[in-house]
Design a protein around this ligand. Structure first.
Ligand code: NDP
Length: 254
């Protein structure tokens, strides 16, 4: 269907070498986009590219450390240098350290804010001038259920993901006139490396999520593919500043 066709689009996905980012890269690549996945880990980048190649997705990987502003700026410039443009930016790279609030070293706390929130601003700012040049752009920011709820063992994570939603609304508001749509996706509990560790740290989490989620199961990274295609495509040209839960109903179950 033309509405969801991403042929000729160039997409950059930070943290695209695993979990949710990789699933989104796969989905928008299969919808026709050229995808650039960016992460720190060269081996993970390589493995992801092999899998994308096997699906005939046009793709490339680049190295980035999103906590470093120069590295983010360089990444965006490299993509535009290689492909001549950037159409879609998915700010997905993220991390967490689980502790009670009073146990964090400030360095740990700010490292989470830097990875999850500051990088979203830095990459979006770097992408803006290229979007403005072509009078269009799509930014998808990855929030969380903790954009909505406070996490007893994740004060920095919740603060960062709450911030991602407010940043999304601000960028959407400012850049709408440049035909740039900025939206957030709030994944529920998805089975990835990040949450595998969470289930080690919090043994009851597996069952607690199954019981609260109306869909009755944890999410699979591929459950995020559809929303990524929608928010990357012309189908969402009048959708901006939203924060869309993809959570099997977790957030509406009081
Ligand atoms: P993963 O741990 O599988 O993926 C995290 C990704 O972020 C990796 O690709 C990693 O790449 C990248 N990354 C982390 N730090 C940096 C950095 N400094 N520079 C560059 N890349 C970095 O976890 P998920 O797929 O679960 O997480 C993806 C996003 O989804 C995160 O923002 C997370 O907060 C969010 N999320 C996840 C949920 C879940 O249930 N899984 C729920 C809600 C939100 P590399 O290893 O190469 O550094």
């Amino acid at each position: 269907m033309k509405l969801f066709n991403l042929t000729d689009k160039v997409a950059l996905i930070t943290g695209g070498n695993g979990g949710i980012g990789f699933a989104m890269a796969k989905a928008i690549g299969e919808a026709g986009a050229t995808v650039v996945i960016a992460g720190r880990n060269e081996d993970k980048n390589k493995k992801s590219i092999e899998e994308l190649n096997s699906l005939n997705v046009k793709c490339k990987s680049l190295i980035v450390d999103v906590v470093n502003e120069n590295s983010c700026n360089q990444l965006i410039e490299d993509v535009v240098q290689i492909y001549g443009k950037l159409n879609i930016l998915i700010n997905n790279a993220g991390t967490n350290i689980r502790k009670r609030p009073e146990e964090y070293e400030l360095k740990e706390w700010t490292s989470i804010i830097d990875t999850n929130l500051v990088s979203t601003f830095t990459c979006s700012k770097a992408a803006f001038k290229h979007f403005k040049c072509i009078n269009s752009g799509k930014i998808i920011n990855i929030g969380s259920m903790h954009s909505l709820f406070g996490a007893p063992l994740g004060s920095a994570y919740s603060a960062s993901k709450g911030g991602v939603v407010q940043l999304t609304k601000s960028l959407a508001n400012t850049w709408a006139k440049d035909n740039i749509q900025v939206n957030a996706v709030l994944p529920g509990y998805i089975d990835t490396t990040l949450t595998r560790q969470a289930r080690v740290d919090i043994p009851e989490l597996q069952k607690r999520v199954e019981e609260r989620t109306p869909a009755g199961r944890w999410g699979d990274p591929d459950d995020l593919g559809g929303i990524a295609v929608f928010l990357s495509s012309d189908a969402s040209n009048y959708v901006t500043g939203t924060a869309i839960p993809v959570d099997g109903g977790y957030s509406i179950n009081g």
